[in-house]
Each structure stands twice: as structure tokens, then as C-alpha cells.
Design a protein around this ligand. Structure first.
Ligand SMILES: O=C(O)CCC(=O)C(=O)O
Length: 295
């Protein structure tokens, strides 16, 4: 669906102004939309999985384990395929207000794609380099949106997601080095062509929902606080968007329709998109390894 077709459906959760901000800038941060009981449940589950990660190493299909991880000081960087880690994560993705927010942004027919919970630990120096999401999991159109929920307060010094306004209308960059190896990040020479001066930190209190379009350039700095930064991320698209390469981290719910009806006609956007590696053969691994942010 195009923004004009989406506008024909009144938003259920967002204000019309918030939706316009997303269409205009390619991202949004909105506080106060997640009910307190859901936020508490997500935090309880997150704490349980951090605890479980103490005995996990090396990384596996559930846990992306950082290099300084130990049982005493767990440094799990990511819970992979989050909706498969516990049924309540899937209930949150499919039944909570989050799927309504997705429908406000992609239209009434909403397909679930993937999910993860990213931790950014103090003192580990983990940064995420500038990238766009769509080159890792291309679709027939550019409706996919990543919705994130900060599980705790996330001020500027805690490594929030940072986005470049309007970049969703710009080029879709190659996320490989000059030798053709997947890096998961935009080449420095390409980033040098992008005005980064008006990049916006998506900060907010616990429960803030962030929305990032799949073409929007985004990154995140190191966490300079003494507290971990947990953000749960869920990718949705319009039902008429179809992935044309295997998903990097498929879940048992990938492709499920969470609002409205399945599409009977695919929407094909003519804007070309670079082809990612075939993750079904290569395996996705870790964005931190691909971006060489291991430290
Ligand atoms: O967790 C972060 O800070 C960035 C996450 C991100 O952009 C991604 O995983 O694609």
C-alpha cells in the first residue's frame, strides 16, 4: 500500500500527526502506548533469559553471546527469533497494541516477519554501524517496518537507535565490502555522501515504541551508562509485501497475518534492491560479527 492508501484508514493507536511523522522522516518514537502489565511481563521474561544465558556459550539459535560473556557477568547481545523463545513474546507481537501500531503504519493487512531482543551492555563498547534493514531481507515493496520497545528508560547516553530523517527516500546501499563480503553496514565512502548532521536519537522512557522504516539509515552508539539497554524489536510488513530471499533469522511465525487478511495480489515496487547472501545456505550469524564490532 502507498501512504495515500494507508491514510484512507484512520489510525487505531497513533495520532494522525505521528503517522505523518513516520511517512515524512522514516521513523517515529512514541511514549505511553504499551500497557504497564505488558511492559512488566516483557521485563520479567527478559530478566529470566539473561539469567539463562549465564550458562550459554558459544552463541546458538537462541542466544547471541558477546565476547566478554561469563556466568558471573552475562553479556548476551541478542535473543534471536524472540517469538519462539516464549509464547508471551508471540502473544505480544500478534495480540497486543503493537500489531495495531503496525497496522497504522503499513495498512490494515499486516504480516509478521521476525523479532529479536537486543541488549547493549555498559563497558562492552558495542556499536551498531549505519545500515538499512531491507538489504538483509528484501521484500517486493518497502512497507516493512521495525517496531522496537525500550524495556527500560533509554536516554541519549545509553546507545539509543539513531536515524537519518528522509533517508527512506534515498538510495538503498550495498551492505558488502569491496570484495563482496556481507558486512551488514553501509560502506564508509557511501556514508560520506549522506548528510548525517540532522540524525535524530530515538530516546524515551521505558515502554517507548520506536518505528523505523526498512529503508531508513540507522545506527546506535556505545552505551555510556552503567545500565544495560534492552530493546525488543519486531518486524512487520503490509500483507502484500513478499520476501524474495530466505529470511536471515526465520521464526515459526514468519509470514503469519496478525491483522486483516492475506494478500491475493503482491505489490511490486520498482525500486531495485541489492541481493543479500542466501541465508538458508550461509546462516546469518551476528550483525556484530558481520560489522566487525566484536571487541
Ligand atoms: O540494537 C541496536 O542498537 C541496533 C539494532 C539494529 O539496528 C538492528 O539489529 O538492525
Amino acid at each position: 500500500m502507498t501512504p495515500d492508501a494507508i491514510r484512507a484508514h484512520p489510525p487505531k493507536v497513533l495520532t494522525a500527526a505521528q503517522r505523518e511523522t513516520y511517512f515524512e522522516t522514516g521513523f517515529l518514537a512514541a511514549e505511553g502506548l504499551i500497557p504497564a502489565d505488558w511492559l512488566q511481563r516483557l521485563n520479567t521474561l527478559s530478566d529470566e533469559f539473561i539469567d539463562r544465558s549465564r550458562h550459554e556459550s558459544p552463541s546458538n539459535e537462541a542466544f547471541d553471546i558477546g565476547p566478554r560473556h561469563s556466568a558471573a557477568t552475562p553479556r548476551v547481545r541478542r535473543l534471536r527469533a524472540l517469538v519462539d523463545r516464549h509464547p508471551d513474546f508471540w502473544r505480544f507481537a500478534a495480540e497486543s497494541v503493537l500489531a495495531d501500531i503496525a497496522s497504522d503504519l503499513v495498512g490494515p493487512d499486516v504480516k509478521f516477519h521476525s523479532s529479536k531482543l537486543n541488549y547493549k551492555w555498559p563497558g562492552t563498547g558495542e556499536i551498531v554501524q549505519w545500515h538499512q534493514d531491507i538489504p538483509a531481507w528484501p521484500h517486493t515493496n518497502y512497507s516493512p517496518v521495525t517496531l522496537g520497545v525500550y524495556l527500560t528508560d533509554c536516554p541519549a547516553e545509553q546507545g539509543p537507535l539513531t536515524c537519518i530523517p528522509g533517508s527512506q527516500r534515498g538510495p538503498i546501499f550495498v551492505h558488502r565490502d569491496e570484495a563482496g563480503t556481507w558486512t551488514g553496514s553501509v560502506r564508509p565512502a557511501d556514508m560520506a555522501t549522506v548528510d548525517q548532521s540532522d540524525a535524530v536519537d530515538l530516546v524515551g522512557r521505558a515502554g517507548t515504541v520506536i518505528a523505523i522504516n526498512c529503508r531508513t539509515l540507522h545506527a546506535s552508539r556505545a552505551n555510556a551508562t552503567a545500565r544495560v539497554r534492552p530493546v525488543a524489536l519486531f518486524v512487520y510488513s503490509a500483507a502484500d509485501a513478499f520476501a524474495w530471499m530466505p529470511a536471515p533469522t526465520p521464526t515459526t511465525h514468519t509470514g503469519a497475518i496478525v491483522r486483516g487478511s492475506p494478500a491475493t495480489v503482491a505489490h511490486l515496487d520498482p525500486t531495485p534492491c541489492p541481493v543479500p547472501p542466501d541465508w538458508s545456505k550461509l546462516g546469518y550469524g551476528s550483525i556484530f560479527v558481520a560489522q566487525k564490532a566484536e571487541m
